[in-house]
Design a protein around this ligand. Sequence first.
Ligand code: SF4
Length: 202
Amino acid sequence: MNKDLILKYLGYRKSMPDAMTEKLIDECILEVKSISKFKYIYQEFKEPLPFMLENEGYMKYLSGATSYLLVATTLGIDVDRRLSLYEKTDMTKSVIFDCTASAYIEEMADNYEKNNLPYKNLSYRFCPGYSNTSFLDNMKIAKYLNVTKYLGISFLSSGLMVPLKSMIGIVGIGNTKRRSCEGCLRMGKCEYRRDGTVCYKE
Ligand code: SF4
């Protein structure tokens, strides 16, 4: 597994971790890989859904696309259980485990989209919350995909997903867009950009 995204999430932008932290990251990678039950589902749509028509962020992302996929993925509930255990017993490890699991689901979903989806010319995965869209739109996409039935994902009243390491999004077909910071609410106060980097894989 590529460690760059884990290090970004841990806040290493200009420095490198010490040997002890490196060792903990390696341990967490092995652990996350061994307990994750990665699943990914998708469904193709031709026309924008009503909630997409109401937000420029979705429409800009879909411009030029011939169709798009609604997608959902999860690492499963065992990752949450292990994280909860570390939060009670080892705070340092819990932070590293959390960042490792977040990076792992991104990497697994990227690989799945690159190697397993039967489509060419895919854009990056656009998740609700990007480009001034609402994080709560996850729930709307979830209904179309029936993520509770197929992935065991449910929602807290805050909109957070359970399992925590789950992602829902849209993948444009035929317009190969690359992720950017355009429309991000953190522009102007973003600690990643201040340090000359970005929060996503470039
Ligand atoms: S790097 Fe900063 S401004 Fe760009 S998308 Fe990430 S949080 Fe937003």
